[in-house]
Design a protein around this ligand. Structure first.
Ligand code: ATP
Ligand code: MG
Length: 385
């Protein structure tokens, strides 16, 4: 008798002809996430099995973070012979009330589902006479899954996993990753819909510290537990900010800074073969996230969509996800972001594209500044597992 882990996939069952593509990709992602752990993995009939392993806890921990997986169960596998099944269920630890549920994929099996459940339930009561059956509200459910391969799989719990689509199935996106709470959550949410992530971070050394950059690296590493490897591009942004500070009206500082971030991000996205940008904006959260502000920064990017999965979320909803995905504690560390450098007293909340363009004319030939910042970028490869 062997312990195995059953992996069930999430939304993939909705896929038609190209389901095979998603199943193969999920298999690759499962293999990558279990890299370095002694185990075997196989796929068959719409689910995956992990077997011949020792470190069950670590495997379960990692699988819960793989997008595309709906749930996992630790199961006992035995021959689909009713006596073997009965012997197996007798070994389960059960307290209080229980019920047995049987699912029979093998329709040629000589007993019906109800008959298998009744026999298995009887065997449990024989071994543990103090237990009681409760078919309506049992404390424990013992599931018996009789498959066409001649084996039965017996398990108690289904452990909920991350759901969503396999990372990479929807292409690749470039996440604008600051050290704050929102952008890691935004990256998580888009990876959940199948985007592979790269990230870009703007830093203003020496106005911002090495610690501020390290914080972003740490956040990318936490994200990579869900998304697989991330290439993080760090852009030296000081010179551009100093120029904007020198030449443009202070109440437009943030607006213009945002527009430059977008210009650079779009170019880096193309270099990295990313088909979209992702940021952590939430409507109305701060001056740079009013409808007018978003219109003025959005206007820069012409060749790809900008996804803003936090746009309709309250801060508390974003915090709840940050806590769940364990980015919260790092995000709240008090290191300054480049946006806090040269912060004006009263940033404009209703900027216009016309005025922003007028302000930018004062910068002269800023394409050179952009090219220089991109030339001096640093790319950090981040991979947790
Ligand atoms: P966050 O919590 O993600 O920092 P925020 O509430 O602080 O967001 P802003 O500072 O207005 O909001 O930033 C809005 C979005 O712009 C961020 O979510 C992020 O996607 C992007 N952004 C801001 N600063 C940077 C940076 N230094 N590098 C990369 N992206 C940034
Ligand atoms: Mg921020």
């Amino acid at each position: 008798m062997n312990n195995i882990i059953i992996i069930r996939y999430a939304e993939l069952y909705l896929k038609g002809k190209n389901r095979g593509f998603f199943e193969k990709l999920l298999m690759e992602n499962i293999r990558k996430c279990l890299k370095g752990i002694d185990c075997k993995i196989m796929f068959g009939r719409s689910r995956y099995e992990v077997y011949d392993y020792t470190d069950e806890a670590e495997i379960l921990f990692r699988l819960q973070k793989v997008f595309g997986i709906h749930s996992v169960s630790v199961a006992q596998k035995c021959r689909a012979d009713i006596d073997e099944i009965c012997k197996t269920v007798q070994q389960y630890y059960i307290s209080g009330t229980f019920k047995v549920c049987t699912n029979r994929a093998d329709k040629m099996y000589p007993l019906t589902s109800v008959e298998v459940s009744a026999k298995a339930g009887g065997a449990i009561l024989e071994a543990h006479p103090k237990l009681k059956v409760d078919v309506h509200d049992p404390q424990t459910i013992i599931n018996i899954d009789i498959r066409e391969d001649g084996f039965a799989y017996i398990f108690k719990d289904k452990i909920a996993c991350a759901g969503g689509m396999p990372v990479g199935s929807a292409g690749k996106g470039l996440l604008l990753l600051s050290g704050g709470l929102d952008s890691p959550v935004a990256g998580y949410m888009m990876a959940k819909r199948g985007l592979k992530l790269n990230a870009i971070h703007f830093h203003s050394y020496p106005y911002t510290s090495e610690k501020a950059k390290q914080k972003v690296i740490d956040l990318a590493e936490i994200l990579s537990e869900y998304t697989g490897s991330i290439d993080l591009t760090c852009i030296p942004f000081t010179k551009i900010q100093e120029e904007i500070h020198k030449c443009c009206s202070s109440n437009y500082m943030i607006t213009i800074v945002r527009r430059f971030m977008m210009r650079i991000a779009e170019k880096v996205a193309k270099l990295d073969n990313c088909g979209c940008l992702i940021n952590g904006e939430s409507l109305g959260q701060v001056a740079s996230q009013t409808l007018q502000s978003i219109t003025v920064t959005n206007d820069i990017v012409k060749t790809m969509p900008i996804f803003r999965p936090c746009i309709g979320m309250d801060k508390q909803e974003i915090i709840d996800i940050a806590l769940k995905i364990k980015t919260y504690d790092t995000s709240i560390l008090p290191y300054e972001d480049c946006c806090t450098v040269f912060l004006p007293d009263s940033p404009v909340t209703k900027p216009t594209i016309k005025r922003a363009e007028y302000e930018e004319k004062r910068l002269g030939d800023f394409d050179k500044l952009i090219a220089e910042a991109i030339d001096n970028r640093e790319i950090i490869h981040i991979e947790k597992f």
